[in-house]
Design a protein around this ligand. Sequence first.
Ligand code: GDP
Length: 435
Amino acid sequence: MLELLTEKFGGTLSKLKGARKLTDKVINDALRDIRLALLEADVDYEVAKSFLKRVRERALSQEVKRNLSPAEQVITIVYEELVNILGKEKEDLKKGTVLFVGLQGTGKTTTIGKIANLLKKKGFKVAVSSTDVRRPAAMLQLERLAERIGVPYYSFEEGLSAVQIAERAVQRAKQDGVDYLLLDTAGRLHVDEELMEELKEIKERVKPSEIIYVADAMQGQTALETAKTFHELLGLTGVVLTKMDGDARGGLALSVRESLGVPIKFIGVGEKVEDIEPFYPDRIAQRILGLGDIQSLVERAQEVIPEDKAQHLSAKVLAGDFNLEDLRDMLRMIQNMGPLDKLLGMIPGIGAQMKNIKVDEKQFKRIEAVINSMTPEERRNPRIINMSRKKRIAAGSGTSISEVNKVLKRYEEMRKMMRKMKGMAGMPLPKFPFK
Ligand code: GDP
């Protein structure tokens, strides 16, 4: 996601790095590049215009900061203005009835499942229901999803209207003491009056705490126009952008907040129920600027790597005592964290280059197979692995001697690198922004 912007901004910033002073020309050249990048990314024209205006004003009026290079000054301004248009802070969902609206096929039902799962994991009491009476298949889809996640789905007798279902679901949620009732609504292919009337009536009757518009990021500007219509009629309180994983441009992500005045609350980044992230404007801005998203990476790691394991491993690394068993543990942890190309994109400086790289996850499995075919002694003390042992390991793992050699060589390189890192332990990480 956002690869296009990351790539273009990366180009602009590396050009800036050559500049010794922040002259009008340097600023204008950079702004021209940024303008092209924004328009190519399908950012709303007005949003791009006011963004550039603010960056220009601030860049021109900057008192010279001795300790910042021109590139750093511009990055800092661009970063802050990006955060501004993205929405400053992460916004949580207000407890109560949350109504999800939007057109058919945007990912509304999937998103409700994802959010239900997220809230449940946080310890909230969640229930879901659907008012899409004209599409029984859509209701069934949500019911199945709820079952899989393990949250109640409220179903009612046939023949009730959407409004009646909404009212009864809210009643039931009150009786059950539910924190969040997530309500799916009818999806249509186009905005139509009947649907809008229905949604308005549901809104009046159940007084939702939130009305969330679900938009398909890949639809860009078209989705923004539809969202405006929904907002005028219903008063949205938030937006979820789905399919960000398939959207290299990111125009919608940058336009929604400024254009609608409504925050983006979550982004969908895949088809699985875990593939959702709260929308952190600062982290997205960092990703766009190629600064990676270390916080998200660390949180992801904390979710899947047990604390004691992680401590144990880092202690071994620091002690320079890192063997093949530890390498295997590490590979397993990394694999548990999810698709590698997604993870690598979060590492600073790598995002833009990731577009064309497909990580070969099979390679991981082969390395693991090689390590598994060693005896515990060999894993702890790889130096004893001679030719006849290599033959045995290759045969046992269904690989070749050269493959075994490669694993040993990689391990040796890692161990050397870790030795070097040992000297740097305790060094503070660079801070961002630069101020
Ligand atoms: P609805 O008609 O709005 O309820 O849409 P669905 O929830 O049925 O989703 C439509 C399609 O989009 C399904 O194939 C989903 O798997 C897919 N989808 C939903 N969210 C995402 C996402 O964040 N990323 C990707 N890649 N696919 C998604």
